[in-house]
Ligand binder design. Sequence first.
Ligand code: COA
Ligand code: AMP
Length: 635
Amino acid sequence: MSNGAYASAYEQSIGDPNAFWGAAAEAIEWITAPTRALDDSNPPFYRWFPDGTLNTCFNALDRHVRDGRGEQVALYYDSPVTGTKSSLTYAELLDQVSRFAGALASLGVEKGDRVLIYMPMVPEAVVAMLACARLGAVHSVVFGGFAPAELSARIEDAKPKVVVSASCGIEPSRTIAYKPMLDGGLDRSEHKPEALIMLQRPQLEAEVGARDTEWEEMTWDDVMRDAEPAECVEVASTDPLYILYTSGTTGRPKGIVRDNGGHAVALRWSMENIYDIHPGEVWFTASDVGWVVGHSYIVYAPLLTGATTIVYEGKPVGTPDASAFWRIIADYGARAMFTAPTAYRAIKREDPEAKLLAGHDISQLRHVFLAGERLDPDTYHWANDLLHCEVVDNWWQTETGWPIAANLRGLEPMPIKPGSPSVAVPGYDVQILDEYGAPVPAGVDGAIAIKLPLPPGTLPTLWQDDERYVGGYLSVYEGYYLTGDGGMIDEDGYIYVMGRTDDVLNVAGHRLSTGSIEAALAGHPAVAECAVIGVADDFKGQVPRGLVVLKGGYDAATQGAQIAKELVQRVRDEVGAVASLKQVDIVAALPKTRSGKILRKTMREIADGKTPTIPGTIEDASVLDALAGVLRHTD
Ligand code: COA
Ligand code: AMP
């Protein structure tokens, strides 16, 4: 039965955002308390808590130590891939963060400067992020699975003063040296940082300072040895906290900007109202600090709440087996966990009856939250039946930083409908629009859009690119933010998200761009033109496939197989193994419209066994007919 808490919170958040978010802002400690929540003086740009000042790191660490949580564990580090476990109390984490902030400051890092962080799942990644927040510097974390091309695109755009990295990342099958990737990324960039700080890991140390570079290179231990702790720097609520690059359809990633004040307020609110996690409780997010889920729910939200977070350097399966999550939940007493549905599909595939649950007492676990890709009803039922706790879908994106749709377990738990992430979260006026921008009736599919203003914590713009922000998100339907997802809302207000309407890929919960994979393919000397499409996959949700037309002079019959192999390797080397491109087909031609647009969606539909939508503007329909066999064939 509804207790009305959701309806009244939702209504107030849309009808009187100043009152709603003004009250939520009281959970944050401000240096100058804001006098109003919403600044709507310059649409379509909206800002939150415009006259407030604060420090995000102070709210994540110092205030908890001051208020008596110094001895509480802030962070457990559990790394089956290195056989290491450790923990840091709030007092210890504060000590490390303030000293690393001092080290950065001594290298000249000041408020507003960018720091690029390229690290695996180690506590030092969290320390580096919070140290930037402490100084008012803007971090930009790059996922460790990305290779030089992705790194250089981010270096070029963010122009970091300092780069912080680690000598290696560890995958179950191999140890990945980060330094050659970084060298590759930096060598291709015109922008050069002033310094590079390298955390040496015993599994594989890097050569630091060996090359003749324009920047200084030093180790983490060196800079920490002499570091003087730095104090928190006061920043405006609207100052940037971080930039997180995400994939669009082109090869150039989008620099999502997160502000300080709105972000702190929204994440703190979400922990109790959506995730039902309270100060002092343990919370486990299995993701990576390189993704938005890691930023929000490994680092900032749990620490802003005074909860305990877990940094897990391992996989759901294979490190060593499919009981890894159950062990962590039981050992640390997690009250809830968060990951992507793929991770549960991996466990289900390996241990379909969840026999490995035996011996792990997870009875204190209240919820499993899943996001990052569509939660298919099979996986939902499997997890829900076996775990004896609620499995809760939630839908959001890097751009929003926290859920757009969820079943708000803290505010008012609602019945769960498998296949739907439930209802619009307070602050988000979600609507389904037709192609002309008119709202459609309940149950009818369309583009999922959010009426402006977006709530606190969501992107105010793209890094130094207001024009691309407006062009990419706000100009299709005036007054609305376009999510890029399609779906519908049912009569009870439950949202169903059916997938991207653009060419953005979602592979194992990892968001990837067709454009950057295509750029890597196109760089091969034999390639005349190419297209990448994302096709449905039972395990990863989607996997990319490449279709390539060879230049004259190359013979597909005799050279095609070798070239396809080189192309797969090329994408691993340039974009990263995480792109998961395994199949490249050499084809005679690609289907296009008369204006030259490649018909990726039509090809995707054929590959997925759906009835394809063939636009009337197709240049040559026989090209598509010739491709059908290739598209339906998987290696
Ligand atoms: N650094 C370097 N390489 C990485 C990497 C990292 N941080 N993360 C993944 N890779 C590599 C993998 O080793 C793999 O390499 P391979 O082709 O040589 O096997 C490749 O990238 C593809 O990785 P992935 O798509 O993750 O597949 P997988 O089979 O290794 O693992 C899962 C599958 C389900 C176990 C894994 O995707 C997972 O844990 N997903 C959880 C979801 C998640 O974290 N989502 C983030 C957003 S919430
Ligand atoms: P990212 O920016 O990496 O978080 O990816 C965001 C995209 O992932 C969204 O636009 C959706 O396409 C997809 N996504 C995330 N969560 C869900 C979900 N719960 N259900 C369906 N799709 C989701």
